[in-house]
Ligand binder design. Sequence first.
Ligand SMILES: Nc1ncnc2c1ncn2[C@@H]1O[C@H](COP(=O)(O)OP(=O)(O)OP(=O)(O)O)[C@@H](O)[C@H]1O
Length: 596
Amino acid sequence: MDVLKRLKAFYMPERKKLFASIFFLMCATALGLVYPNLLRYLIDEVITPGRFDQVPMLALAVVGIISLKALNQFLHGFFGGRLGNQVAYSMRNALYSKLQQLSFQYYDRAKTGDLMSRLTADLEAIRNFVGFGFAQILNMILMVVFGGIMMLSIHWQLTLFTLLTIPLLGYLAIRFERHIHPAFREMRQAMSNLTTAVQENITGVRTVKSYAREDHEVSKFSIRSEAYQSNQVGAAAIWARYFPTMELVANMSAVILLIAGGLLVIQKSLLLGEFVAFFSLIWFIIGPMWGLGFHINNYTQFKASGERVLGLLDEHVHIKNEKDAILLDESLVKGHVKFNDIVFHYPDKSPALTNIDIDAAPGSVIGLLGATGSGKSTIIQLLMRAYDVKKGSITLDGIDIRQLDVSSLRRQIAPVFQETFLFSASIRDNISYGAAGISEEEIVKAAKLAKAHEFIMEMPQGYDTVVGERGMGLSGGQKQRIAIARAFIKNPRILILDDATSAVDMETEQEIQAGFKQLMAGRTTFIIAHRISSLKHADEIIVLDGGHIAQRGKHEQLISEPGLYRETYNIQYADFLNDEAALVGSDSARRRSMTS
Ligand SMILES: Nc1ncnc2c1ncn2[C@@H]1O[C@H](COP(=O)(O)OP(=O)(O)OP(=O)(O)O)[C@@H](O)[C@H]1O
């Protein structure tokens, strides 16, 4: 029952619909109870005494009751449907907002397929139960209670005798529930594993195909599919074991009634009409018991789904606003960023950063250089509060960023990442993403600065061209240029260029750099780059090695002293010289072959 209690917040606002749905179902059930009484009346009061003139009236009464019952059933369905959909709608929105709040730490481990199945299949099970299952269980109880009372009022001894097998049926039903619930939980998990496999396969289809791993993917999928199938078979086996037994026990009541009731009629201690009414009433008890398995199944599915949905809603939000979080006044932010003796490690990992001190004055440019895995991106993630530091602090204009409103902080920062994520929307919407009320001129201006305007105009629908999922249909460089335009639009105090020009050629890089200069003016900028050419003009270059600062200073100073920077510079410079030499060599060879 805990899940039902915990989900109260979602269905209680809809209680009017819930009560209406239950009320009309109860009315329909109560009207159903009139039948046996009509039957009894027909036999004992009309047919036996030979008052056949009452038959048309009785027939009319039956038509009236049937119509009224149908109306009540319709109203039950109407309100139940609305209730279930409204609850599913609120829950879906709550889940989606929760997904927006959850921090990077959660997404480091989350599986998309699993999340998708919580938002779809699990919500569907909840919608079904809240909309109909719940009212039907209640109805089932009412049928048993009302039917039982009516039977007791006709012949209590016969009632007790007939219902002898009911406790056994109840016992079986409980045992069934105990077995089927874990089976359903496993089935849901297996389903989510299956969805994850499909989702990953579709997302990574290019990798799969380039490595010719289709067969491997098929067998990976088959394993999960088999697990799902065996879960289904397992559940069906439990079902097959219990259902016939439960049906047998339920039907035993009817048999007992036929024997005992028949004898009573022969002995004249029970009227024939009462016996027929009894036989009709017994189905008010057997019917729900038959359906018990279905309702239990419905309920257990709901419980398993509810647990998974609540599990997501209860998920800890690592990064959230403090009680009196400070909202930054955008016009007053200067962009003075300080890292004070930072130590940070990702969960269950050794420190990714140790003793990091950076003082980025407003408008200054900080370059971050280092081997892969040296901690460059982590520095940026910490500044954006993707994670909170474990030791030390980061301040913006002297305020610890943990005291700032998270959105207000992130609004000051525009990142351009190594990998650009584009939404399946128009190029215009992708550029203006995150900024409301942006004019066409501003979008075009930003695109021009990012050197994206030309290729956008070459597309058939220009700025209205809809890019595929994750920007498919665009080259890496084109995607990055759109991301750069997006950063221009945001007009941030702090700019982050995380290997932002890695996907464009040297020539385009130079052009974009010129645009960056304009963008960077007056903004504090962090540049992560592997090419020294991208950060040699920085006010301070920080060279990272294994999570700590190995060297720092300006370009001229760093190339004059031995260390990682000069080694990197020499390698890149040597490459450049080799390329030049090769070009000169191939050029003169070509000239020689043309003249000969
Ligand atoms: N989300 C994460 N969860 C756990 N560990 C992480 C995560 N991101 C990075 N790391 C680890 O932290 C360390 C620093 O990674 P980081 O991404 O900051 O390096 P980097 O210098 O930016 O590398 P690159 O140049 O390849 O982008 C690495 O050891 C990496 O494995």
